[in-house]
Design a binder for this molecule. Sequence first.
Ligand code: FMN
Length: 192
Amino acid sequence: MQKSSTIEYPVTALIQNRKSIRAFSAAPIEGEKIFSLFEATRWAPSSANEQPWVYIYATRDQETLWNKLFECLDEGNKIWTKDAPLLIASLARKHFTRYSSANAHAMYDLGGANSFLSLQAVELGLQVRQMAGFDMAKAVTNLQVPDSFEVGVFLAVGYPGDPTSLPEKLKLRELAPRERFLQQEFVMNRTF
Ligand SMILES: Cc1cc2nc3c(=O)[nH]c(=O)nc-3n(C[C@H](O)[C@H](O)[C@H](O)COP(=O)(O)O)c2cc1C
């Protein structure tokens, strides 16, 4: 599969400038900006306009709740999130609120909302790194997640920090060029 590190066709600046960083500044995020991040998710599209996403967040100074979130993360993620000024757990409601049936697209919709949040972050000078590397059982316990919800990913958010402050292995990964498949590998103007 062919890859390249360059943007091949024009895309909006928010997409160009988004990057899942690991080196976060310890600087706190203004409260208004935190609300703007979640406001962006309000306006994401969803199946039947169900808006099945739910977020639990804590700022670094909210030690008890921040630690409840932090404890859920895999050891590899704890290394670089330990100073993240904002941690978020994103969850999806599994059933439609208006019908008893399961919402097969709830997790899809949550992913879309998280993308909106991530792009809004760039607009605010922030960056987001999403994490699937967490302990699901721990998350259910620590966050008292009811059966009707499923945890999607955790998100670390903050202003960009100094990549050279990361441990050597992570520093190299942080500074490595970001590669993407070429469109010809996944876009088809034909059937399979
Ligand atoms: C669903 C999902 C799960 C991810 N899980 C992790 C994770 O547990 N740890 C981590 O360091 N990065 C994680 N990432 C970040 C990806 O590694 C990153 O998005 C990818 O390398 C592309 O880099 P970019 O976002 O800067 O373009 C995750 C991203 C997504 C969307």
